[in-house]
Design a binder for this molecule. Sequence first.
Ligand code: RIB
Length: 363
Amino acid sequence: MATSGRPQLPPPQAGLTSANRRVTIREVAYLAQVSLGTVSNVLNNPGVVAEPTRRRVLDAIEETGFVRSTAAHQLRVGKSRTVGVVLLDISNPFFAEMVRGAEGVLRDKGYVLMVCSTDESVERERRYLRVLEEHRVDGLLITPVEHDLCEIARLAARGVPTVLLDRDSGERELCSATVDDVRGGELAAGHLFELGHDNIAFVNGPSSIRQCADRHEGAVRAQRRARRRRPTTLREIMVNALSVEQGEKAVGALLSLTPRPSAVMCANDLIALGILKRLTEAGVAVPQDMAVVGYDDVSFASMLSPPLTSVRQPKYELGAIAAELLLEEALGANHKHRSVRFEPELVVRASSGPSVRPGASRR
Ligand code: RIB
């Protein structure tokens, strides 16, 4: 029955009410008494539609509760207003904070994020790259698992704007946002040597993870400098993932080293958390018996007992600048790829202190 002079919507499909079915663009056109093309113009190019007609269509959209189908929209305009974010481990607060920085920039421009965690798996990374390309994402932020960036470079060459997060681009034509991890490793180990520790351990991830390789290079630099003044040792204990569990497992090897180190630096704060937990259970006093230094300075670092000395990475800023670089590339003309590098900062707390063991040199 017609009401208030306006036609009723076409009867809904049998068994479906408007509450549990997607209202179609055809129903909006029917209600507004315009063509499908006019409704499409109101949605995609409103400037070409006369005001009274545009108002009628918008009223029909509001009355029916019509929501644009992103899939249909993607197909029509080839744009998704979505950015793929591929990270090593989304459960690591470091990456979560970095995503918040990127999201803060992209949300204001109307983009949503599709966040994927590779858990340091090359196969999973490749699968996510395929899925995100199929979804026609507008851009990609990625912390790569692989040293070799050729898959990512190929994706970028196929027209997907791509920025490396927490990884430099090397000779590849890609934008990147990174922190100087060599300097970060040097700060962590240098701090311990300067406190008088002569024999330190480094619980590190596999050198296939670029961040771990760079931190180790920095620690070796610090040891070479310390060795000019006195004999020092730096021994690396490898773990296969940068997690709390792997930190706990590493304590057995750490306490079995002879002579036992008086200090340990960790590839990240999750490893440091696992080590602190297990050292406490083993009755090893921190820092008196074993000084501990982490890396990232995530939110919980200052809340641990004792509060953790760590190398602070500007996590939020890293994500935000990577998103800015992506928007420059996706929206700007004549974009020139560039790399932004931040400096790490040592944050000293109670978990590292002078070596109080006999035989350790004092400064
Ligand atoms: O995921 C490995 C580590 O690399 C993180 O903890 C963070 O330090 C990143 O740089």
